[in-house]
Design a protein around this ligand. Sequence first.
Ligand code: FBP
Length: 262
Amino acid sequence: MVPLTDTPLTRDGKILILAYDHGLEHGPSDFEAVPETMDPETVWDIATHDAVTSFAVQKGIAETYYPSYRDDVNLLGKVNGTSNLWMGEYDSAVNWTVESAADLGADAIGFTLYGGSNNEVEMAEEFRDVQEAARDHDLPVVMWSYPRGQGVKNDTKDEVIAYGSRLALELGADVAKIKYPGSQEGMEWAVDAAGPVKVVMSGGSKTDDRSFLESVNAVLDAGGSGLAVGRNVWQRENAMEMLDALEALIFEEASVDDALAH
Ligand code: FBP
């Protein structure tokens, strides 16, 4: 494993990844809630908040904007991804090499694995190449570990989510990004299954402030290391205030009530 304390991915051992690969994964409709977010610069500006330990983007958004933000943002190069227009079995095209991301200055690498998909075998083999190239560059690897597809009947079950975090350990990731199982117990199982791999919650679709912060709090109480979030931050008009609250909760051990008061 890459010692994460030696990388910019963590702050005091905790993680807050801001994700902005939705233009690829979901399409531009995700930007309708706050139309300014169609312009990547709006979200790069949000990513300069001190709470954000790294910013996860695809190659094109990185190549175009990172040179202007390299002093203020840690780059997480998300090297695979697929559009919502794709209607086949779950899969994710490798759109970027680790070498190219490292040349640009990436601080970490991100990769989606759909365990249980009919494409799992090929995806795991692609992950092997990405993980070994990342090791050559001393870059930590975050696995978006989302069991989905023909082999998975219920992707929200605790055991399926814990299986996802275990896959991150088994295949050599440094951080597992998983869907929130819906309870602290479910999250504890997933954290346990990951061993020394840090586990972060995937933000999900936008919810109200309190529900969102309570789920983040449950993740931290369960031994999780933080979160990787997109819509629950930049689909808010007050994205910077939400990041103030997350900073209090994740890095300053504030309660949900105190974080909300920020
Ligand atoms: P959100 O916090 O907005 O859910 O973003 C996290 C993320 O993993 C993104 O990186 C990705 O684009 C999206 O979720 C994919 O979510 P899904 O596959 O569930 O639609």
